[in-house]
Design a protein around this ligand. Structure first.
Ligand code: AMP
Ligand code: MG
Length: 408
């Protein structure tokens, strides 16, 4: 691949995948600025990062609640035959009390009447007129959610810095919050480099390529919680690259595509260096994406993502996504890893962690490599729905072996 010939501006270490990712997380946590905030309604809260913790406005549940349809009884009376003295349904309260030898018919979610300390499921009873019989033994507390067993008034139910999903939306709604204070989305500049790169609206000649990277990255940035800003692409010229990078560094994060390999016309690193950039790494032992660059210039972070489409997309998922999440104010930026079982055996050359297009089957477990023509093969990536992660210390995987998978 000739990466040993890569033009390296500064002496920076070469990392394996986990170390490189740790460097990204650690640097961004150490130097990120606190984003400004705005309000988001419930419909827009998923995908946003919460600035101000949300607290429960009352005990949950406020009263002991039944977890089943059945009968509210005294455990001390069981097993046995009980007299039915009334009914309580969700949304109402039983006015009286359950006394010895008595039962009250109850629905899921209804408040447990005073005196009762157990719910017997309707399936475990026989009813004859006003009489209910069960052979269930007494078990105080069974199928009752005690008052405040889920949370107490004032408890934090969604901590600040949470990158919210639909469950957090439910928690906001539970607390009666119709909106939440969230961080503004970081503005992420996307700058493509390459003499051959033309806008998607333009018909490329046979030696040109449409700028698919800018649009893939824009979609990825959005998914990560950032606001993409696509800059005009720049030719392979050091001076022009430097000027474009200066514009990019006016945003919260700069993503560059292309121009970081060992080619004669790769000017991204020299241009960054001319702007006084600090490089945290400019090579990672992964494929695709080995020439990946990460650093900081003018108080902003940047990634130099290799231009081959699969490299650009994979390196963003592996490193850029976490960066965007942290810059968005999130506390954590986990990498979603699953395990899958290989349909067929495969081998690769150890030394690099490989991220290969793969298809996770409908069973959610079986995984298969998608044949591809290499890092430029967008069509193969489009047939895949995941990356299979081949360890840098392992050459052979047998059919049926478990292997790490990153779903998309
Ligand atoms: P580079 O990393 O600049 O050496 O680019 C590697 C290859 O990726 C190029 O030869 C192009 O075929 C392809 N490429 C570069 N930039 C883009 C882009 N913005 N969109 C699609 N493909 C690209
Ligand atoms: Mg290039």
């Amino acid at each position: 691949m000739g990466h040993s010939l890569k033009f390296r501006m500064t002496r920076v270490p070469t990392f394996r995948f986990p170390e490189a990712r740790a460097v990204v997380l650690e640097r961004i946590r150490a130097f990120r600025a606190t984003p400004r905030t705005e309000m988001a309604g419930l419909l827009d809260a998923a995908g946003r990062v919460l600035m101000e913790e949300v607290r429960a406005d009352r005990d949950q549940p406020p009263l002991p609640r039944s977890m089943r349809d059945g009968f509210a009884v005294r455990a001390a009376d069981l097993p046995g035959s009980l007299r039915l003295v009334g009914e309580v349904r969700a949304g109402s309260a039983f006015p009286g009390e359950v006394r010895a030898g008595e039962a009250v018919e109850i629905m899921t979610g209804a408040a447990v009447p005073r005196g009762a300390d157990q719910i017997v499921m309707v399936e475990h009873t026989v009813r004859e007129g006003d009489n209910v019989t069960t052979d269930k033994p007494g078990k105080p507390g069974e199928f009752i959610n005690p008052a405040a067993s889920e949370c107490r008034a004032g408890d934090v139910i969604v901590p600040a810095g949470t990158h919210m999903d639909f469950v957090h939306v439910a928690a906001l709604a539970l607390a009666g919050a119709t909106q939440a204070r969230v961080y503004r989305r970081p503005r992420v500049a996307i700058l493509s480099t390459g003499d051959e790169v033309v806008p998607v609206e333009q018909c490329p000649t046979e030696v040109q390529v449409r700028n698919s990277n800018a649009w893939a990255l824009a979609a990825q940035v959005r998914q990560a919680g950032g606001e993409p800003v696509i800059l005009p692409s720049v030719a392979d010229n050091e001076e022009a690259t430097r000027r474009a990078i200066e514009m990019g560094l006016a945003h919260d994060l700069l993503l560059l595509s292309g121009g970081v390999s060992a080619g004669k016309y790769d000017f991204v690193e020299p241009a960054l260096a001319a702007l006084g950039a600090e490089f945290y790494f400019d090579r990672v032992l992964i494929q695709p994406g080995q020439p990946l660059v990460f650093g900081r210039a003018r108080d902003r972070f940047f990634f130099g993502l290799p231009g081959n489409p699969s490299s650009t997309m994979a390196t963003f998922e592996l490193f850029g996504r976490a960066a965007v999440q942290l810059l968005a104010g999130a506390n954590e930026a986990p990498l979603p890893l699953l395990s899958g079982r290989l349909v067929r055996e495969f081998r690769h050359k150890p030394g690099l962690t490989r991220f290969l297009p793969a298809r996770l089957a409908g069973d959610g477990v079986t995984v298969e490599l998608v044949p591809w023509a290499g890092s430029s093969d967008i069509a193969a990536m489009a047939r895949a729905n995941a990356w299979l992660v081949a360890g840098d210390d392992r050459e052979h995987y047998a059919a049926g072996d478990w292997i790490q998978v990153i779903p998309r």
